[in-house]
Design a protein around this ligand. Structure first.
Ligand code: FES
Length: 203
């Protein structure tokens, strides 16, 4: 059994309503945290159009064809919301599992946090840099693979946003494991907290 087969069976949860995001944006915070699929697995929504100042109706799926699950066959991933520009990512670095400070808004890649001018998220532990607008690909540092994306669905009539799956395991095979078949989707040795909303701070 491939220990990533579980990606095909992720649940569908409501994670926010569009009003929550709009409230965040009006407070100057472009990210919104949620837990998925477990209550201690932090992820965040981000409106890339707000960050980049231009329409971002889709981003590449760097894991296209690599894993089973709802995202495995998608070459690109569409944003949700009124402008099709809201995306979601895991908030756990795939290098050695540090929680990413996506709520710390910075303008320089020399500071850990989210560079809001170009959508680069910087891990404070060993300096990995993820480019969100290109699907979370690694543009610097030791991360061995892109930041996992959470697939979203949007109900236009209610404004509800759902998480329905992910394109890759959150945890990395580079994290020392007890046995080679340890699950890459959930690692009980790590315990994360999901930042409350709004939680943005200027770096
Ligand atoms: Fe993020 Fe090492 S844990 S760069």
């Amino acid at each position: 059994v491939n220990n990533t087969d579980g990606l095909a069976g992720f649940p569908k949860y409501k994670i926010a309503n569009i009003k929550d995001i709009q409230q965040q944006l009006s407070s100057g915070c472009p990210v919104y945290f949620f837990a998925y699929p477990l209550t201690n697995e932090p992820c965040f929504l981000v409106d890339l159009q707000v960050l980049l100042g231009q329409p971002v109706p889709e981003i590449p799926n760097p894991y296209y064809g690599q894993y089973a699950g709802p995202l495995g066959q998608m070459k690109t991933i569409s944003g949700v919301g009124p402008n099709n520009s809201i995306y979601a990512f895991s908030d756990v670095c795939v290098h050695l599992g540090c929680q990413l400070p996506a709520q710390v808004l910075v303008t320089s890649e020399n500071n850990p946090g989210l560079d809001t001018q170009n959508s680069v998220l910087h891990c404070p532990c060993h300096g990995s840099l993820y480019l969100l607008a290109k699907g979370g690909v690694v543009i610097g540092g030791p991360a061995p693979r892109p930041l996992p994306i959470i697939l979203l669905e949007y109900d236009q009539s209610s404004g509800d946003i759902y998480a329905v799956g992910t394109n890759a395991p959150y945890f990395s095979a580079s994290i020392p494991r007890t046995t080679p078949s340890d699950n890459l989707l959930y690692d009980p040795r790590y315990d994360y907290s999901v930042p409350s909303n709004p939680s943005c701070s200027k770096g």
